[in-house]
Write a protein that binds this ligand. Structure first.
Ligand code: 1HN
Length: 353
C-alpha cells in the first residue's frame, strides 16, 4: 500500500471512529481575530412598530405563546431568532387591557421603554410601572407577567440572554399559576422603595441574589446623570467617556457590578456634532436609539438611525457613532460574560486600551 492510500484509509477510519484531526479542521479554529457569523445590521422603528401593531390585531397573547414578542434575527445567523450570537432583542406589544401571563425561566430579561406607559410588569409579585426611558429588570427565575391598564397599546424592547442559556444547555421554564398577575398599579415598586435611594442600602431583610435587587431604573435619574456629566464637562471638569460623550452603566446597588449577571446595560448621550472614537471590542452588543438622530459607521458602512431604530454590532466590528443632533442611545451587551471568561479586549483608533 502506498503512502497516499494509507493516509486515505487513516482519514476514513478517523471518520468512522468519530475523530477529527486538528490539521484537517484547522479552518475557523485558530483565526487571528474573531470571525463572527453575525453581521452588522440595523432595524428601523418605522418598520418594526407597524408590524408589531399588526400582530396585536391578529395574534392573541395568552397561555402557551406567553408573549407577543417579535425577535430581531440577525441576517448572518441563518434564520435563528437571535440578534447576536449571545443576545436576544425583540419588540414586545401589549394591546389595550391585555395581560401576559405569569411564568419564570432561567434566562434573564430586561425591558427598555421607548415610548408610552400604562403597563405594569409584575416581578415576583412586585408591580413595577413601565414608562418612557425606564429600564426594568427580570432576573433569571423571577416570576413575571405584564398587564396593560390602559385603552392604548404599548410596545417596548425586550433583551434576554436566551442564546447564552441555550448554548450552555441551561434553560428551564415554568408556568406560573393562571390569573395571578397582580392588577394593582403603585407608582413605586417595593424594590424601588427598598433599594432606589442613592447610596442607601437597607439593613435587614433578605440578602439580595446575584442580580440587582432594584427592578426599575427610572429615566428621571438616568437623564439627570447624563445631563450633569455634560454640564460638568462644560464647567471644565470633564468626567465623560470622551468630549461630548456621556455614559452610565445600570448597576446593582448591592455590589456595584452589572445590574444583570449576563448582560451589561448602559445609556449614552452624545452632544450634537459629536463623533465617537472608533473602537472594536470582543463581544457583541445591541443599541437602540432613544432620542435624536445620527449614524452608526460599522466596519466602514454608514447607516443613518433615528428614534427607535435598533443596531446589532458583532464582536470586533469597528464602531463609530455620529450625532447629527443631541443623541441618546440605550446599549446592551454580553460584556459581563466576556469579562468573567477573561476574553475582554478593546482596540481604540489611534491607540490601545
Ligand atoms: C419572556 O418571558 C418575555 O417575559 C419576553 O416578556 C420574551 C422570549 C423568550 C422566552 C421568554 C417576557 C421572551 C420571554
Amino acid at each position: 500500500m502506498d503512502e497516499d492510500e494509507a493516509l486515505r484509509r487513516l482519514y476514513a477510519d478517523f471518520d468512522a471512529a468519530g475523530m477529527q484531526p486538528l490539521w484537517r479542521v484547522r479552518e475557523g479554529l485558530m483565526p487571528d481575530r474573531p470571525t463572527p457569523r453575525a453581521v452588522p445590521h440595523a432595524w428601523h422603528w418605522k418598520d418594526l412598530y407597524p408590524l408589531a401593531r399588526r400582530a396585536g390585531d391578529l395574534v392573541p397573547v395568552g397561555r402557551g405563546g406567553e408573549r407577543r414578542a417579535i425577535a430581531l434575527g440577525n441576517p448572518g445567523l441563518g434564520g435563528e431568532p437571535f440578534t447576536t450570537p449571545t443576545l436576544w432583542a425583540a419588540v414586545q406589544y401589549l394591546g389595550p387591557q391585555e395581560v401576559a401571563p405569569d411564568h419564570r425561566h432561567s434566562q434573564s430579561a430586561f425591558r427598555f421603554v421607548l415610548e408610552g406607559e400604562g403597563v405594569w410588569t409584575v416581578v415576583d409579585g412586585d408591580p413595577v410601572a413601565m414608562r418612557r426611558g425606564d429600564l426594568l429588570l427580570t432576573p433569571g427565575m423571577a416570576f413575571h407577567g405584564h398587564h396593560n391598564t390602559r385603552d392604548a397599546p404599548m410596545a417596548w424592547l425586550d433583551g434576554l440572554d436566551i442564546p447564552i442559556a441555550g448554548y450552555l444547555d441551561a434553560q428551564f421554564f415554568e408556568f406560573g399559576p393562571d390569573d395571578v398577575v397582580d392588577r394593582s398599579t403603585p407608582a413605586t415598586s417595593r424594590s424601588e422603595r427598598l433599594w432606589g435611594r442613592p447610596g442607601l442600602r437597607p439593613i435587614g431583610g433578605p440578602e439580595p441574589k446575584a442580580s440587582s435587587p432594584l427592578c426599575a431604573y427610572r429615566w428621571e435619574f438616568t437623564d439627570a446623570a447624563l445631563a450633569d456629566q455634560l454640564a460638568l464637562e462644560a464647567e471644565g471638569r470633564p468626567s465623560t467617556v470622551e468630549p461630548g460623550h456621556a455614559a452610565v452603566r445600570f448597576s446593582n446597588p448591592a455590589t456595584g457590578g452589572d445590574a444583570l449577571v449576563t448582560m451589561r446595560t448602559e445609556m449614552h448621550r452624545l452632544a450634537a456634532g459629536c463623533t465617537t472614537t472608533g473602537r472594536r471590542e470582543v463581544g457583541s452588543s445591541v443599541w437602540q436609539v432613544f432620542d435624536g438622530a445620527g449614524a452608526f459607521v460599522l466596519d466602514g458602512h454608514r447607516t443613518e438611525v433615528r428614534r427607535g431604530d435598533v443596531v446589532a454590532v458583532p464582536s470586533w466590528c469597528h464602531v463609530v457613532v455620529e450625532a447629527a443632533e443631541p443623541f441618546d442611545l440605550f446599549r446592551f451587551s454580553d460584556a459581563p460574560i466576556i469579562e468573567r471568561l477573561n476574553l475582554a479586549r478593546t482596540q481604540l483608533d489611534g491607540g490601545n486600551s
